[in-house]
Design a protein around this ligand. Structure first.
Ligand SMILES: Nc1nc2c(ncn2[C@@H]2O[C@H](COP(=O)(O)OP(=O)(O)OP(=O)(O)O)[C@@H](O)[C@H]2O)c(=O)[nH]1
Length: 322
């Protein structure tokens, strides 16, 4: 029986994992791809941002796939296998804080998974603008070290010398990976899929302890605040608040992302913050029957939930009109 090829997409917060996933899905229309997306916070934003060509999207939120929701990953994949549903491919997008080792371990140690699923490659996306500061985090270094394919992404934001420096830093951690430089993760699907690149022997040379059963410990410093608000937001007030927040707390906020309900707008507005870099654009239209809510996730150090909620509530269109 032919095994299902699985690709793990990993990389630190905001590097471009969902962008890569969507790039692959856009090129592989017609294939039955099951996508598993994992997010650190209890509110899943990525599930809403994945293009609709995926056969199914399984969201594992509120914990990291390398620790708290690792059992859920095994259950989700085992259920898919037992369902006999025809699947051409599995793609797993880890959270930006995941250590890939325990995730890889699940594919090898779980009998049902190893009998039916073939790990094809670990694809790590690296943000060339932020790599230097992200390398302070163990998870970012592990994600690079375990990569079979490494995308040095966001080359449009930096000059050639910075991309070169990013590549050198990454190569020091992983001389064996295949490196690609990308903008918006623009690769051909064949450069990251069906490569048979995953090699357990190499990984065991890198980490002899890989298959030992150890739980991953996240730094207790980094937390997540997820906010949901029903009332429509005022775009100007929101932008002012976000810019002020970055000025005051930018060093501690590693990642922000959200799907926003701007008052009177027919479409969602999707925004991303990676360290101090902000980016936003209109998203899918709201459907008539849909509940229009704004959902925002912050990941960082010493986040004050109450203060963030108050700041967001002050951006409600009714609050700003009053
Ligand atoms: N300028 C620029 N922005 C990019 C590039 N690739 C992705 N982005 C932007 O970076 C932000 C984060 O991209 P995502 O694909 O959501 O990153 P991610 O790794 O999935 O993020 P998390 O999983 O939430 O940590 C978004 O605003 C993207 O549009 C790129 O090559 N250049």
């Amino acid at each position: 029986m032919k095994k299902i090829n699985a690709t793990i997409i990993t990389g630190f917060l905001g590097a471009g994992k969902t962008t890569l996933l969507n790039e692959i899905l856009a090129q592989a229309a017609g294939e039955r791809i099951v996508v598993i997306v994992n997010e650190f916070g209890e509110v899943g934003i990525d599930g809403q941002l994945v293009v609709e060509t995926a056969e199914a999207i399984v969201e594992l939120n509120n914990g990291c796939i390398c620790c708290t929701v690792r059992g859920d990953l095994v259950v989700a994949i085992s259920d898919l296998i037992r369902s006999d549903r025809p699947i051409d491919r599995l793609i797993i997008e880890t959270s930006g804080l995941a250590d890939p080792a325990p995730v890889i371990q699940s594919f090898i140690l779980d009998d049902l998974m190893s009998a039916h699923v073939q790990l094809d490659a670990i694809v790590t996306v690296v943000d060339v603008r932020h790599i230097a500061r992200q390398l302070q985090h163990d998870e970012a270094r592990e994600q690079i070290a375990f990569a079979d394919i490494l995308l040095l992404n966001k080359i449009d934001l930096e000059d050639e010398a910075a991309s070169e420096a990013a590549e050198c830093a990454a190569r020091r951690l992983n001389p064996l990976a295949r490196f690609l430089r990308t903008r918006e993760c623009a690769v051909e699907a064949r450069q990251v899929l069906d490569l048979g690149a995953f090699d357990l022997k190499n990984l065991l040379a890198l980490d002899p302890d890989l298959l030992a059963d150890h739980a991953h410990e996240h730094s207790s410093e980094i937390g997540c605040v997820a906010l949901t608000i029903e009332e429509g937001l005022d775009p100007d007030a929101f932008n002012r608040w976000l810019n002020r927040l970055l000025q005051d707390r930018g060093a501690d906020i590693l990642r922000m992302k959200g799907v926003l309900n701007f008052s009177g707008d027919k479409r969602r507005y999707v925004f991303h913050g990676v360290h101090m870099t902000l980016d936003g654009r209109p998203g899918r239209p709201w459907l008539n029957e849909e509940r229009r809510v704004s959902q925002i996730v912050f990941i960082g150090r010493q986040l004050d939930r109450e203060a963030l909620l108050q700041g967001l509530e002050a951006c409600r269109a009714i609050a700003t009109a009053a």
